[in-house]
Design a protein around this ligand. Structure first.
Ligand SMILES: Cc1ncc(COP(=O)(O)O)c(C=O)c1O
Length: 380
Protein backbone atom coordinates (compact mmCIF):
# COMPACT_ATOMS: atom_id res chain seq x y z
CA UNK A 1 0.00 0.00 0.00
CA UNK A 2 1.29 3.49 -0.77
CA UNK A 3 1.87 5.87 2.15
CA UNK A 4 -1.32 7.06 3.86
CA UNK A 5 -0.44 10.71 4.43
CA UNK A 6 -3.44 11.12 6.75
CA UNK A 7 -1.44 9.21 9.35
CA UNK A 8 1.59 11.49 9.02
CA UNK A 9 1.99 14.39 11.42
CA UNK A 10 4.03 17.20 9.94
CA UNK A 11 6.72 18.22 9.36
CA UNK A 12 8.06 14.77 8.58
CA UNK A 13 10.48 12.92 6.35
CA UNK A 14 8.77 9.64 5.45
CA UNK A 15 10.70 6.76 3.92
CA UNK A 16 8.66 4.16 2.02
CA UNK A 17 10.29 0.83 2.90
CA UNK A 18 8.99 -0.99 -0.18
CA UNK A 19 10.42 1.67 -2.52
CA UNK A 20 13.78 1.43 -0.76
CA UNK A 21 13.78 -2.35 -1.22
CA UNK A 22 12.94 -1.94 -4.89
CA UNK A 23 16.08 0.19 -5.32
CA UNK A 24 18.19 -2.20 -3.27
CA UNK A 25 17.13 -5.17 -5.38
CA UNK A 26 18.08 -3.37 -8.58
CA UNK A 27 21.46 -2.32 -7.20
CA UNK A 28 22.13 -5.87 -5.99
CA UNK A 29 21.16 -7.22 -9.41
CA UNK A 30 23.72 -4.95 -11.11
CA UNK A 31 26.45 -5.85 -8.61
CA UNK A 32 25.86 -9.57 -8.96
CA UNK A 33 25.42 -9.62 -12.73
CA UNK A 34 28.43 -7.44 -13.49
CA UNK A 35 30.49 -8.88 -10.62
CA UNK A 36 31.32 -5.50 -9.09
CA UNK A 37 31.05 -4.22 -5.53
CA UNK A 38 28.47 -1.47 -5.06
CA UNK A 39 28.72 0.26 -1.70
CA UNK A 40 26.59 3.05 -0.22
CA UNK A 41 27.89 6.59 0.29
CA UNK A 42 26.65 7.86 3.63
CA UNK A 43 27.04 11.45 2.55
CA UNK A 44 23.89 11.07 0.46
CA UNK A 45 21.78 8.93 2.76
CA UNK A 46 22.60 7.98 6.34
CA UNK A 47 19.24 6.96 7.82
CA UNK A 48 20.75 4.34 10.08
CA UNK A 49 17.42 2.96 11.30
CA UNK A 50 17.17 1.24 7.90
CA UNK A 51 20.80 0.07 7.70
CA UNK A 52 19.69 -3.43 8.82
CA UNK A 53 17.53 -3.57 5.69
CA UNK A 54 20.19 -2.13 3.39
CA UNK A 55 23.03 -4.36 4.53
CA UNK A 56 21.08 -7.43 3.43
CA UNK A 57 21.64 -6.25 -0.15
CA UNK A 58 24.83 -4.20 0.06
CA UNK A 59 28.16 -5.36 1.48
CA UNK A 60 29.76 -2.10 2.60
CA UNK A 61 29.64 1.66 2.89
CA UNK A 62 31.80 4.66 2.18
CA UNK A 63 32.40 7.61 4.46
CA UNK A 64 33.64 11.16 4.05
CA UNK A 65 34.32 11.97 7.71
CA UNK A 66 35.30 10.12 10.86
CA UNK A 67 31.75 10.57 12.13
CA UNK A 68 30.31 8.88 9.05
CA UNK A 69 32.98 6.17 9.26
CA UNK A 70 32.06 5.44 12.86
CA UNK A 71 28.35 5.38 12.10
CA UNK A 72 28.99 3.04 9.19
CA UNK A 73 31.25 0.77 11.27
CA UNK A 74 28.92 0.60 14.27
CA UNK A 75 25.55 0.48 12.52
CA UNK A 76 26.23 -1.13 9.13
CA UNK A 77 29.28 -3.35 9.07
CA UNK A 78 33.02 -3.43 9.33
CA UNK A 79 33.92 -2.90 5.70
CA UNK A 80 34.06 0.88 5.48
CA UNK A 81 35.75 2.71 2.61
CA UNK A 82 36.63 6.37 2.91
CA UNK A 83 37.80 9.37 1.00
CA UNK A 84 38.37 12.83 2.43
CA UNK A 85 40.27 15.72 0.83
CA UNK A 86 42.38 15.91 4.01
CA UNK A 87 42.73 13.50 6.94
CA UNK A 88 43.34 15.40 10.16
CA UNK A 89 46.30 14.45 12.33
CA UNK A 90 44.18 14.07 15.45
CA UNK A 91 41.68 11.83 13.65
CA UNK A 92 43.92 9.49 11.67
CA UNK A 93 43.94 6.77 14.35
CA UNK A 94 40.14 6.75 14.32
CA UNK A 95 40.06 6.61 10.53
CA UNK A 96 42.37 3.60 10.72
CA UNK A 97 40.20 1.97 13.36
CA UNK A 98 36.93 2.36 11.48
CA UNK A 99 38.03 1.93 7.84
CA UNK A 100 39.10 -0.92 5.61
CA UNK A 101 40.01 1.35 2.66
CA UNK A 102 41.37 4.91 2.72
CA UNK A 103 41.74 6.99 -0.42
CA UNK A 104 44.06 9.99 -0.40
CA UNK A 105 43.66 13.23 -2.27
CA UNK A 106 47.36 14.03 -2.65
CA UNK A 107 50.83 12.53 -2.31
CA UNK A 108 51.43 14.92 0.62
CA UNK A 109 48.50 13.43 2.50
CA UNK A 110 49.56 9.86 1.85
CA UNK A 111 53.21 10.48 2.70
CA UNK A 112 52.19 12.17 5.95
CA UNK A 113 50.66 8.94 7.26
CA UNK A 114 52.51 6.18 5.41
CA UNK A 115 54.67 5.22 8.40
CA UNK A 116 51.54 4.88 10.57
CA UNK A 117 50.09 2.38 8.09
CA UNK A 118 53.30 0.41 7.94
CA UNK A 119 53.46 0.22 11.73
CA UNK A 120 49.81 -0.74 12.16
CA UNK A 121 48.59 -4.32 12.74
CA UNK A 122 45.46 -3.49 10.76
CA UNK A 123 46.01 -3.85 7.04
CA UNK A 124 44.26 -0.94 5.34
CA UNK A 125 43.89 -0.78 1.57
CA UNK A 126 45.25 2.61 0.55
CA UNK A 127 44.28 4.34 -2.69
CA UNK A 128 44.84 7.62 -4.49
CA UNK A 129 42.09 9.81 -5.91
CA UNK A 130 42.79 10.74 -9.51
CA UNK A 131 41.46 13.67 -11.51
CA UNK A 132 40.94 12.58 -15.13
CA UNK A 133 40.14 16.22 -16.05
CA UNK A 134 36.96 15.01 -17.74
CA UNK A 135 33.50 15.32 -16.22
CA UNK A 136 30.09 15.51 -17.82
CA UNK A 137 28.65 17.66 -15.05
CA UNK A 138 27.02 20.94 -16.01
CA UNK A 139 26.95 22.58 -12.55
CA UNK A 140 30.40 23.76 -11.43
CA UNK A 141 29.41 23.29 -7.79
CA UNK A 142 29.36 19.55 -8.42
CA UNK A 143 32.19 19.34 -10.96
CA UNK A 144 35.48 18.08 -9.47
CA UNK A 145 37.29 18.53 -12.80
CA UNK A 146 36.97 22.31 -13.16
CA UNK A 147 40.30 24.04 -13.83
CA UNK A 148 42.03 24.59 -10.51
CA UNK A 149 40.11 21.77 -8.85
CA UNK A 150 41.48 20.71 -5.47
CA UNK A 151 40.14 17.18 -5.83
CA UNK A 152 42.40 14.40 -7.07
CA UNK A 153 45.76 13.99 -8.78
CA UNK A 154 46.15 14.70 -12.48
CA UNK A 155 47.85 12.20 -14.81
CA UNK A 156 50.82 14.50 -15.40
CA UNK A 157 51.51 14.54 -11.65
CA UNK A 158 51.78 10.75 -11.53
CA UNK A 159 54.92 8.94 -12.61
CA UNK A 160 55.03 5.53 -14.24
CA UNK A 161 54.43 3.70 -10.98
CA UNK A 162 52.06 3.76 -8.04
CA UNK A 163 53.56 5.02 -4.79
CA UNK A 164 54.78 2.26 -2.47
CA UNK A 165 51.84 0.77 -0.54
CA UNK A 166 49.09 2.12 -2.81
CA UNK A 167 46.83 -0.64 -4.13
CA UNK A 168 43.94 1.25 -5.68
CA UNK A 169 42.78 4.26 -7.68
CA UNK A 170 39.58 6.23 -7.13
CA UNK A 171 37.81 8.77 -9.31
CA UNK A 172 34.58 10.61 -8.71
CA UNK A 173 33.46 12.70 -11.66
CA UNK A 174 29.79 11.86 -12.14
CA UNK A 175 26.69 13.51 -10.70
CA UNK A 176 23.22 12.04 -11.23
CA UNK A 177 24.73 10.58 -14.41
CA UNK A 178 23.91 7.73 -16.75
CA UNK A 179 26.00 4.78 -17.92
CA UNK A 180 26.97 6.53 -21.16
CA UNK A 181 28.76 9.24 -19.15
CA UNK A 182 30.54 6.51 -17.20
CA UNK A 183 31.55 4.82 -20.46
CA UNK A 184 33.07 8.03 -21.83
CA UNK A 185 34.79 8.75 -18.52
CA UNK A 186 36.32 5.29 -18.42
CA UNK A 187 37.78 5.83 -21.87
CA UNK A 188 39.61 8.94 -20.61
CA UNK A 189 40.64 7.29 -17.34
CA UNK A 190 42.08 4.32 -19.21
CA UNK A 191 43.93 6.53 -21.70
CA UNK A 192 45.51 8.60 -18.94
CA UNK A 193 45.86 6.10 -16.09
CA UNK A 194 45.72 2.68 -17.79
CA UNK A 195 49.36 1.86 -16.93
CA UNK A 196 48.61 2.54 -13.25
CA UNK A 197 45.41 0.48 -13.33
CA UNK A 198 47.58 -2.45 -14.42
CA UNK A 199 49.45 -2.12 -11.12
CA UNK A 200 46.33 -1.84 -8.91
CA UNK A 201 44.29 -4.44 -7.08
CA UNK A 202 41.14 -2.31 -7.04
CA UNK A 203 39.56 0.72 -8.66
CA UNK A 204 36.71 2.81 -7.31
CA UNK A 205 34.45 4.53 -9.87
CA UNK A 206 33.09 6.95 -7.22
CA UNK A 207 29.45 7.99 -6.99
CA UNK A 208 27.00 9.77 -9.24
CA UNK A 209 25.66 6.60 -10.91
CA UNK A 210 21.89 7.14 -10.87
CA UNK A 211 21.21 3.44 -11.42
CA UNK A 212 17.69 3.53 -9.95
CA UNK A 213 16.39 6.43 -12.03
CA UNK A 214 13.67 5.16 -14.35
CA UNK A 215 15.47 6.03 -17.61
CA UNK A 216 18.82 4.60 -16.53
CA UNK A 217 19.93 1.87 -18.94
CA UNK A 218 20.91 -0.81 -16.46
CA UNK A 219 21.79 -3.41 -19.09
CA UNK A 220 24.09 -0.93 -20.82
CA UNK A 221 25.83 -0.28 -17.49
CA UNK A 222 26.30 -4.01 -16.96
CA UNK A 223 27.81 -4.24 -20.45
CA UNK A 224 30.21 -1.35 -19.73
CA UNK A 225 31.28 -2.93 -16.45
CA UNK A 226 31.77 -6.39 -17.92
CA UNK A 227 33.80 -4.99 -20.82
CA UNK A 228 35.98 -3.06 -18.36
CA UNK A 229 36.52 -6.19 -16.30
CA UNK A 230 37.57 -8.09 -19.41
CA UNK A 231 40.21 -5.44 -20.06
CA UNK A 232 41.36 -5.44 -16.41
CA UNK A 233 40.52 -8.91 -15.08
CA UNK A 234 42.82 -8.49 -12.08
CA UNK A 235 40.88 -5.49 -10.70
CA UNK A 236 38.14 -5.42 -8.10
CA UNK A 237 35.69 -2.79 -9.33
CA UNK A 238 33.92 -0.69 -6.69
CA UNK A 239 31.15 1.86 -7.19
CA UNK A 240 29.94 4.11 -4.38
CA UNK A 241 26.70 5.88 -5.25
CA UNK A 242 24.69 7.65 -2.56
CA UNK A 243 21.66 9.24 -4.20
CA UNK A 244 20.79 6.11 -6.20
CA UNK A 245 20.01 4.16 -3.02
CA UNK A 246 17.37 6.57 -1.78
CA UNK A 247 16.20 7.89 -5.15
CA UNK A 248 12.43 8.38 -5.12
CA UNK A 249 11.96 6.42 -1.90
CA UNK A 250 10.21 8.99 0.23
CA UNK A 251 8.77 12.37 1.02
CA UNK A 252 8.92 15.51 3.07
CA UNK A 253 5.40 16.10 4.32
CA UNK A 254 4.36 19.59 5.33
CA UNK A 255 1.25 21.53 6.26
CA UNK A 256 0.20 24.92 4.91
CA UNK A 257 0.31 27.47 7.75
CA UNK A 258 -0.69 30.64 5.94
CA UNK A 259 -1.92 31.83 2.54
CA UNK A 260 -1.99 35.47 1.38
CA UNK A 261 -1.49 37.67 -1.68
CA UNK A 262 1.79 39.47 -2.29
CA UNK A 263 2.14 41.64 -5.45
CA UNK A 264 -0.32 39.47 -7.38
CA UNK A 265 1.37 36.24 -6.34
CA UNK A 266 -0.28 33.93 -3.89
CA UNK A 267 2.15 33.23 -1.06
CA UNK A 268 2.01 29.98 0.89
CA UNK A 269 3.93 29.44 4.13
CA UNK A 270 4.70 25.92 5.28
CA UNK A 271 5.89 24.31 8.49
CA UNK A 272 9.13 23.25 6.75
CA UNK A 273 12.03 25.43 5.67
CA UNK A 274 13.60 25.05 2.25
CA UNK A 275 16.91 26.44 3.52
CA UNK A 276 16.99 24.21 6.61
CA UNK A 277 15.34 21.00 5.37
CA UNK A 278 15.89 20.79 1.61
CA UNK A 279 18.91 23.05 1.01
CA UNK A 280 19.81 21.40 -2.32
CA UNK A 281 16.72 23.05 -3.82
CA UNK A 282 18.51 26.36 -3.25
CA UNK A 283 22.09 25.17 -3.80
CA UNK A 284 21.71 23.10 -6.94
CA UNK A 285 19.16 24.71 -7.63
CA UNK A 286 16.08 22.67 -8.50
CA UNK A 287 12.34 22.79 -7.96
CA UNK A 288 10.99 19.67 -6.27
CA UNK A 289 7.81 17.91 -7.28
CA UNK A 290 4.80 18.26 -5.01
CA UNK A 291 2.39 15.34 -5.28
CA UNK A 292 -0.70 16.29 -7.26
CA UNK A 293 0.51 19.83 -8.01
CA UNK A 294 2.14 21.18 -11.19
CA UNK A 295 4.61 24.00 -11.65
CA UNK A 296 2.95 27.23 -12.75
CA UNK A 297 3.06 27.79 -16.51
CA UNK A 298 3.09 31.19 -18.20
CA UNK A 299 -0.24 32.95 -17.70
CA UNK A 300 -1.36 30.75 -14.81
CA UNK A 301 -2.03 32.04 -11.32
CA UNK A 302 1.19 31.55 -9.37
CA UNK A 303 1.37 30.16 -5.89
CA UNK A 304 4.81 30.65 -4.37
CA UNK A 305 5.61 27.99 -1.80
CA UNK A 306 7.84 29.24 0.97
CA UNK A 307 9.37 27.99 4.16
CA UNK A 308 9.19 29.00 7.75
CA UNK A 309 12.60 30.64 8.24
CA UNK A 310 13.31 34.37 7.97
CA UNK A 311 15.52 33.96 4.87
CA UNK A 312 13.95 36.01 2.06
CA UNK A 313 14.87 33.30 -0.45
CA UNK A 314 13.43 30.47 1.63
CA UNK A 315 11.05 29.30 -1.07
CA UNK A 316 10.99 26.38 -3.52
CA UNK A 317 9.25 27.85 -6.52
CA UNK A 318 5.94 28.78 -8.14
CA UNK A 319 3.22 26.16 -8.52
CA UNK A 320 -0.31 26.12 -9.89
CA UNK A 321 -3.22 24.94 -7.75
CA UNK A 322 -6.30 24.67 -9.98
CA UNK A 323 -8.51 24.10 -6.91
CA UNK A 324 -6.76 26.74 -4.76
CA UNK A 325 -4.79 26.02 -1.61
CA UNK A 326 -6.06 26.07 1.97
CA UNK A 327 -4.54 26.64 5.39
CA UNK A 328 -4.19 23.21 7.03
CA UNK A 329 -3.74 21.39 3.70
CA UNK A 330 -0.87 18.88 3.53
CA UNK A 331 1.71 19.31 0.78
CA UNK A 332 3.94 16.35 0.02
CA UNK A 333 7.35 16.97 -1.55
CA UNK A 334 8.46 13.98 -3.56
CA UNK A 335 11.92 12.39 -3.67
CA UNK A 336 13.15 13.90 -0.43
CA UNK A 337 15.32 11.13 1.02
CA UNK A 338 18.76 11.76 -0.49
CA UNK A 339 20.85 14.80 0.40
CA UNK A 340 18.08 16.10 2.68
CA UNK A 341 18.27 14.46 6.13
CA UNK A 342 22.08 14.50 5.89
CA UNK A 343 22.08 18.24 5.16
CA UNK A 344 19.39 19.63 7.44
CA UNK A 345 20.21 22.38 9.92
CA UNK A 346 18.51 24.00 12.88
CA UNK A 347 18.70 27.43 11.21
CA UNK A 348 16.37 29.84 13.03
CA UNK A 349 15.71 26.98 15.44
CA UNK A 350 12.80 25.98 13.25
CA UNK A 351 11.05 22.72 14.07
CA UNK A 352 12.99 19.83 12.59
CA UNK A 353 10.93 17.27 10.65
CA UNK A 354 10.38 13.84 12.20
CA UNK A 355 12.13 10.91 10.56
CA UNK A 356 9.58 8.20 9.89
CA UNK A 357 9.09 4.95 8.00
CA UNK A 358 6.06 3.69 6.13
CA UNK A 359 6.62 -0.04 6.49
CA UNK A 360 5.81 -2.72 3.95
CA UNK A 361 2.92 -3.91 6.12
CA UNK A 362 1.43 -0.37 5.95
CA UNK A 363 2.31 0.46 9.53
CA UNK A 364 3.68 3.91 10.25
CA UNK A 365 6.64 4.42 12.58
CA UNK A 366 8.11 7.71 13.76
CA UNK A 367 11.74 6.72 14.29
CA UNK A 368 12.94 10.06 15.57
CA UNK A 369 11.35 13.27 16.76
CA UNK A 370 13.53 16.32 17.32
CA UNK A 371 13.03 18.92 20.00
CA UNK A 372 14.72 21.67 21.94
CA UNK A 373 17.46 19.34 23.25
CA UNK A 374 18.78 18.55 19.75
CA UNK A 375 18.71 22.23 18.81
CA UNK A 376 20.57 23.19 21.97
CA UNK A 377 23.11 20.35 21.66
CA UNK A 378 24.47 21.89 18.47
CA UNK A 379 25.19 25.21 20.17
CA UNK A 380 27.01 26.17 23.30
C1 LIG B 1 33.88 10.80 -3.44
C2 LIG B 1 32.40 10.63 -3.56
N1 LIG B 1 31.89 9.40 -3.59
C3 LIG B 1 30.56 9.18 -3.69
C4 LIG B 1 29.66 10.24 -3.76
C5 LIG B 1 28.19 9.94 -3.86
O1 LIG B 1 27.67 10.51 -5.01
P1 LIG B 1 26.12 10.37 -5.38
O2 LIG B 1 25.34 10.55 -4.14
O3 LIG B 1 25.89 11.47 -6.36
O4 LIG B 1 25.92 9.04 -5.98
C6 LIG B 1 30.16 11.55 -3.73
C7 LIG B 1 29.26 12.70 -3.80
O5 LIG B 1 29.61 13.83 -3.74
C8 LIG B 1 31.56 11.75 -3.61
O6 LIG B 1 32.09 12.99 -3.55
Amino acid sequence: MPVDFNQVSTPSFVLDESLLKKNLKLIQYVAQTADVKIIMALKGFAMYSVFPIINKYVPATTASSVNEARLAFEEFGEEVHAYAPAYLEDEIEQWMHYCSHLTFNSFNQYNKYIERFKASDKKIACGMRINPEYAEVSTDLYNPCVPGSRLGIRAKEFGEYLPDGITGLHFHTLCESNSYSLEKTLKVVEEKFGHLLQQCAWVNFGGGHLITQKDYNVEHLIGVLKAFKERYPHLEVIMEPGAAFAWETGYLVSTVQDVFESDGIQSVLLDVSVAAHMPDCIEMPYTPKILGVDLAKAGEKRTRIGGTSCLAGDYVGDYYFPEGVQIGQKLVFNDMMHYTMVKTTFFNGVKHPDIAIWHEDSSYEVVKRFGYEEFKAKLS
